[in-house]
Design a protein around this ligand. Structure first.
Ligand code: G3H
Ligand code: 13P
Ligand code: ZN
Length: 307
């Protein structure tokens, strides 16, 4: 089917208590894996592209590939700009056919974040494109040495309510202890789920969890067995993800777990079959591994059968 806007996917998710994966892509194989998994699971899906992914693959290549795959696999999908830094990139994506954008002005002080987010929301809404914004700083709770630091970094529920009213944005990415990449926690994984519930009590729009990869042990072991060096990598436990969905998270961003799965599978082929030099055999194994991860996420998030 044609690409849909992300509100069409996320509003029902928030209302009915499940979450939809936003999976990052930067090439054909990752995009195919995402769509094949979503089609088999009858799940809606959000295909996310960072600015650097767009730079790598090209606006038109990304858009035409993702739009075609949504039609070919008949999947309900949105094409989303992940962590857009300003109005300029948001407008470029909208003009190229993206159906959802994020403005990430969370590094600015509060008023700056409100101003940037409001400006993007005003323009994007004229084009019928929903907007995600972020409030708070993504960082592991254990890295915050005292209460003041913690309060400054994590999303404040009262401020979140005001932020949504003032900016008119459609989805809110919250900081509750997750962070990007494969090293999220030094010790025991810990999220501030109480805070998430408080935010959900004040913000009725879909909430977004960034940095939500779980760094699954089996995926990590395969990558390590074939030479990847990722000592101490640790992600968000799947139980915590389930709990976060129960408490109001409707969009879950996953990139790291796809990268790890791809790396492990490609390393395995190259190590076990050194005679292989056909890129399709090398990249195809990565594609299959990503597809397995996406299916596992869809099951965990509860979006299977919700297309
Ligand atoms: O949140 C960021 C995503 O993992 C994308 O990262 O800028 O390396 O494409 P990237
Ligand atoms: P991970 O690094 O945990 O996969 O998070 C990805 C993300 O938040 C993309 O916006
Ligand atoms: Zn993110």
């Amino acid at each position: 089917m044609p690409l849909v806007d992300s509100k069409e996917i996320l509003v029902p998710a928030r209302e009915h208590g499940y979450a939809v994966g936003a999976f990052n892509t930067s090439n054909l194989e990752i995009s195919q894996a995402i769509f094949e998994a979503a089609a088999e699971m009858k799940s809606p899906v959000i295909v996310a592209t960072s600015e650097s992914a767009i730079e790598y693959a090209g606006f038109v290549n990304v858009f035409s590939t993702v739009r075609h795959l949504a039609e070919y696999y008949d999947v309900k999908a949105a094409l989303h700009l992940d962590h857009g830094k300003d109005l300029d990139i948001a407008v470029k994506c909208i003009m190229h056919g993206w159906t959802s954008v994020m403005i990430d002005a969370s590094k600015l002080e509060y008023e700056g974040n409100v101003a940037s987010t409001s400006a993007v929301a005003e323009i994007a809404h004229m084009a019928g494109v929903p907007v995600e914004a972020e409030l708070g700083r993504l960082a592991g709770i254990e890295d915050m040495v005292n209460v003041d630091e913690r309060e400054a970094a994590l999303t404040d529920p009262v401020q979140a309510e005001e932020f949504m009213e003032r900016t008119g944005c459609d989805f809110l990415a919250v900081a509750v202890g997750t962070s990007h990449g494969a090293y999220k926690f030094k010790g025991e994984p810990k999220l501030d789920l109480e805070r998430l519930s408080e935010i959900a009590g004040k913000v009725e729009q879909p909430l977004v969890l960034h940095g939500a990869s779980s760094v699954p042990q089996d995926v990590l072991e395969t990558a390590a067995k074939y030479g990847a060096k990722l000592p101490g990598a640790k992600g968000v436990p799947e139980d915590a993800i389930k709990e976060a969905v129960k408490r109001g998270i409707a969009k879950i961003n996953i990139d790291t777990d796809l990268r790890l799965a791809f790396t492990g599978a490609v390393r395995k082929v190259l190590t076990e079959s050194p005679e292989v030099f056909d890129p399709r055999k090398i990249l195809g194994s990565g594609r299959d591994a990503i597809k397995d991860v996406v299916k596992r996420k869809i099951r965990l998030f509860g979006s299977d059968g919700k297309a």
